[in-house]
Design a protein around this ligand. Sequence first.
Ligand code: BJW
Length: 242
Amino acid sequence: MTRNIFVLTGAGVSAESGLGTFRDKTGEGIWAKFDPMKLCSPEGFARDPALVLAFYDGRRRNALAAEPNAAHRALARLEAELAKRGGRLTLVTQNIDDLHERAGSRLVIHMHGELLKARCARCDKVVEWLDNLTLADACPACGAVGTLRPHIVWFGEMPLHMDEIGWALQQSDLFVAIGTSGAVYPAAGFVAEARAMGIDACEINLEAADNALLFRQRRYGPASETVPAWVEDVLADRTVDG
Ligand code: BJW
C-alpha cells in the first residue's frame, strides 16, 4: 500500500466552498476580472497599497464565510488514517484560505501564504489578522504604523517552506495534484521533479491541467466527488492503476 503521499492542492479544491479560482475556461476566474500584476505583485502593492489591501480584505471576508467541502474533509481523513497505518500525508497548498485546517487537517504547508495573517515589512513578524488591514494599522510586534502587508506570496516573490517541500517530495512514493491548473511555478514543476525521481503521479481535477501529460494517473470531475472516491481507493489499496 502507498504510505507516503505528497498532495498539492490549488484553488479547485476550494471552488465548491464558494471561493473563486484564478484561471477558468468559462472566463469567470479572478484573473478575468482583476489584473494579477496590479494586485499580486510587490510593484502593484508599492503603487497602490490601498487597492491591494481592499482586494485581500474582500478575499478574507469570503474565506471566513466559506465552509470546508467534502474534498477538504477527505484529505483530513486520509492524513489521520495514514498516520494510524504508519504512513504520512504531506499536504502542501497553494491556497491562502484555512479550509484544510477547518476540515481537520493537522499539518498544512501554505506555500503561497495565508490570508488570515499579516507580515510587518519592518520587523518581519507574522501575526494573525482576521479584520480588514489598513495603512493606519500598527504592527502588534514592533508598533510601526503602515508597515503591515498581507502574508501572501506575490509574483516574483519566493514561495514559503521550499526546503521542507523539497525534502517531503523526495521522501514520497506518490505525488498527487488536486484542483490546480499547473500554470504557476514552482508548484507546476513539482510533478516533473517527482517523475524524475521515479515517484508516481496522479492528477485530480475538473479538467486537464496545463501539465496533465506528466501525470501517469488522471481522474476528472468535481473535487467534492473525486477526492473522497480517491481517498477511499487509497485506503482500500485500489490505486495501482488509477
Ligand atoms: C476544480 C474545480 C472543482 C475548478 N473541482 N477542480 C518558470 C519557473 C519558475 C518561475 C516562473 C517561471 N515562469 C514564470 C515564473 C514566475 C511566476 C509564474 O509562475 N508565473 C506564471 C504565471 C508563468 N511564479 C512566481 O513568481 C512565484 N515565485 C517564484 O517563482 O519565485 C522564484 C522561484 C523560482 C524557482 C523556485 C523557487 C522560487 C510566486 C508565485 C505566487 C503566486 N501567487 C498567486 C497569488 C497569491 C495568492 C492569492 O492571492 O490567492 O497564487 S497567483 C495564483 O495562482 C495563486 C494560486 O495559488 C496560484 C495557482 O493557481 P491554482 O491554484 O492552480 O488555481 P487556478 O485558478 O489556476 O486553477 C484552478 C484549477 O482548479 C483548474 O485546473 C480547474 O480545472 C480546477 N477546478 N473547479 C476540481 N470543482
